[in-house]
Design a protein around this ligand. Structure first.
Ligand SMILES: [Zn+2]
Length: 209
């Protein structure tokens, strides 16, 4: 990686019952009163909602390759919630063929063929809403190559990118702000009501940087 990790700061976690269910109906929002955990600055507008299951799947994917970056795409719904564009991240598809090493992951032509094949063969209507990759042991941040991937392949203003360090259990989410890709000041993690204990455990463990 060409860039150094950002200086980290503690998670500002706010755990509570969701008021987000007033948004357009789809996926998780049809569940009864999900619990929501805000990561980052709770005073900023939340433009990204991520299912706890998705983060746990990414964590699991990352832990299968603790010495190598892994990645994939995020599936969900793009829309608007209140004042602006919003992404709801409801599932993930691992990029099985991504060229990867300890310090980078690349989406090759073959990767995209596999991803589109996997997405088209699903029986839901989720669309690609972003991408994810891991930084095992060196913290979440965007390298110059990560910015390149986001700017060139995830061009919708609602597309997001999750970077997760599966060893430190720290994450950042990036998205489009004022026409450029930046770290989002806040993102929301949601879980079904019966997963509230899991969400609380995640809040204890994970750090948003
Ligand atoms: Zn990276």
């Amino acid at each position: 990686m060409e860039l150094q990790p950002r200086e980290t700061r503690p998670t500002d976690a706010v755990l509570g019952s969701s008021t987000a269910g007033t948004g357009p109906a789809a996926g998780w929002r049809s569940r009864v009163a999900p619990s929501v955990l805000l990561l980052g600055d709770p005073t900023a507008r939340t433009s990204c909602y991520i299912g706890l299951d998705v983060l746990e799947d990414i964590l699991g994917h990352g832990r299968t390759e603790p010495h190598c970056e892994v990645g994939g795409v995020l599936l969900g719904t793009l829309g608007a919630d209140g004042p602006g564009p919003t992404a709801w991240v409801e599932d993930m598809v691992p990029a099985r063929l991504a060229a990867a090493s300890a310090t980078h992951v690349t989406f090759t032509h073959e990767t995209w063929v596999q991803i589109h094949h996997d997405v088209e063969n699903r029986d839901d209507h989720l669309q690609i809403v972003g991408w994810y990759h891991t930084h095992p042991g060196f913290g979440p941040f965007y390298s110059s190559q990560d910015y390149f991937i986001h700017r060139n392949f995830f061009t919708d203003e609602r597309h997001v990118g999750i970077v997760l360090d599966p060893i430190r259990v720290s994450l950042s989410v990036f998205g489009w702000i004022d026409g450029d890709v930046r770290r989002l000041p806040v993102c929301a993690v949601y879980a079904a009501q019966d997963q509230a204990a899991d969400l609380e455990a995640f809040a204890e463990e994970a750090v948003y940087v």
